[in-house]
Design a protein around this ligand. Structure first.
Ligand code: HMG
Ligand code: MG
Length: 310
């Protein structure tokens, strides 16, 4: 039997959060359904943040209420302060993602707290969620570089990861927020984190600004990581991290793992419809590196069908 990979779709949250055009709740749910139809079973579905800071996420509770909960799908909610945690919990979330940035400035810009305060605040949310019977996933963000402070030392990443795990985080996700990483740096960081915490509870979240995310995903796989964040069509970015481009595209990642004999549970051909839904909702031309090949396959299949019908 082939080895399982979890692809955690973050398009509904990370993918949409930067979009200026508000996608109505029904559209977000339509995208979620299209992804489920293609076999996606893990989502970061929304974030319970200030609607003033991120207007696109203003309907987090409505999105949560509309999620199809009966299909064996795992959902998590991004929360960045106590108020967000309480809103998400009251909406019905059971798994909470928190995002601690690795630098003072990034935390200030993102959540209006310095690094020390942010670390304490997220540790508190993790401990509270645990006490209340819920699960948590802690991002260590800007781990491969910060848009404001540049390089981040591996020591800092390890220290913050340790603090999140010590607070009781169930899972850890190493995030390259602005796509500043490269394969060598990725290998160094993932090796170091795996050495301290093992690979079983580790995920990765790579933005693809400089076309390194696929390679970094493969390198993480070699280090034992089996949980990967991605965004349909390569949507994504952070409003508070200038330069951040979309996450690695779900279709590229799922195709790479499927084609290499791993089991993602995702039917890549069916993701095409999800990309089209995302394009319609955002008005953007989307699609990962696989798109041209996908289209050529469709053309070939259509030509074959036309010949057969003659
Ligand atoms: P603040 O201004 O410090 O908060 O913002 P405050 O406690 O002073 O409150 C100010 C106002 O916001 C109050 O309302 C609060 O009620 C309200 P007012 O009295 O003015 O009417 N408020 C909230 N409303 C709804 N939900 C909340 C909430 N909190 C306060 N949770 C805050 C602090 C964190 C809220 C704000 O800075 C914020 O929302 N920031 C959003 C940051 C964000 O969403 N960033 C993108 C996600 S992180 C990311 O993309 C990285 C990731 O993908 C990994 C990677 O790539 O690295 C995860
Ligand atoms: Mg992100």
């Amino acid at each position: 039997m082939s080895e399982k990979i979890v692809i955690n779709e973050v398009g509904l949250r990370d993918g949409l959060q930067i979009q200026p055009k508000f996608v109505p709740t029904a559209g977000k749910l339509e995208l979620c359904h299209a992804l489920i139809d293609a076999g996606v079973r893990a989502f970061e579905a929304t974030s319970f943040v200030s609607p003033k800071a991120v207007p696109q996420m203003a309907d987090a509770a409505e999105v949560w209420a509309g999620l199809p909960l009966d299909k064996g799908v795992d959902y998590s909610a991004l929360v960045l302060n106590e108020k967000g945690y309480e809103r998400a919990r009251d909406a019905g979330a059971k798994v909470f993602a928190v995002a601690l940035a690795s630098t003072e400035t990034m935390n200030q810009r993102n959540i209006n707290m310095g690094l020390e305060q942010a670390t304490k605040s997220f540790a508190g949310i993790i401990a509270r969620a645990k006490k209340e019977g819920f699960k948590t996933r802690a991002y260590v963000s800007t781990a491969l570089g910060c848009p404001y402070e540049g390089e981040v030392s591996v020591k800092v990443v390890l220290d913050l990861a340790e603090k999140m795990m010590a607070a009781g985080a169930d899972r850890l996700a190493i995030a390259d927020t602005i796509g500043a990483g490269n394969p060598k740096l990725c290998e160094t960081i993932i090796k170091a984190v795996v050495k301290e915490h093992g690979a079983e509870r580790l995920g990765v979240h790579f933005h693809d600004t400089r076309a390194m995310a696929m390679t970094m995903s493969w390198i993480s796989l070699q280090e034992g990581v089996r949980e990967f964040d991605s965004s349909i069509g390569g949507l994504g970015g952070c409003p508070f991290a200038p330069g951040a481009r979309g996450n690695v595209a779900t279709e590229d990642l799922a195709f790479m793992f499927n084609d290499s004999g791993y089991e993602t549970g995702i039917d890549v051909a069916k993701l095409r419809r999800a990309v089209m839904v995302a394009e319609r909702l955002t008005g953007l031309k989307l699609g990962g590196r696989i798109t041209d090949w996908w289209v050529s396959q469709e053309r070939k299949a259509a030509a074959k069908a036309a010949i057969a019908a003659e």
